[in-house]
Write a protein of this length. Sequence first.
Length: 162
Amino acid sequence: MIGIISDTHENENAIKKAVEIFKDKNTDFVVHCGDIISPPMLEHFKGLKMKFVFGNNDGEKAGLNKMASEYGWEKITDEKEFDYGGKKFYVYHGTNKEKLDNAIKSNKYDYVLTGHTHIKMDEKSGKTRVINPGALFRIYPYTVALLDAEKDELEFVKIPQR
C-alpha cells in the first residue's frame, strides 16, 4: 500500500492527521507530490518511508534536502521515477502542464502521481492511471490517497479539519 499526499502547505494539523492515517494503514511508503513549503514540515513525516518531489512553492530546496537526508530519505528532486510491485511510477508536481501531459501520453508509466491543482483526480489515459490525491490546503475536503498497486485499487481519504 502506497500513501499519496500533496500540497500540504504547512498545514501542520492536517499533516499530523494524514500521517496517522498512513501509519494506521501500514503503508509501505508515502509519496509527497510537492508543496511541502519549509524544512520543519518534514519532521511530521518521521517514522514513515518517504519519497518527495518539489512543488512550485518549495523555496527552501537546500534546507528541505538537508533535513530529508537527516531523516534517511532520498534526495528531493523536481520529478521522480521508481518501480514498485512490477509497476512503473512517475511523480511530478504538475507546475508545467505540457511536461505533465507528455509524461502521461508517453505510455511509459503505469502510474503518474501529481498535485498542484489541489483537486483530487483519478483518470486513465491509455495504460497510465493519473492520480492527484488532492490537498491539505485551500480546497475542502482535504484529502490524501491510498493506492494498492497490486490490485490497482485507489481510495481517497478525507482529512478532518478539526
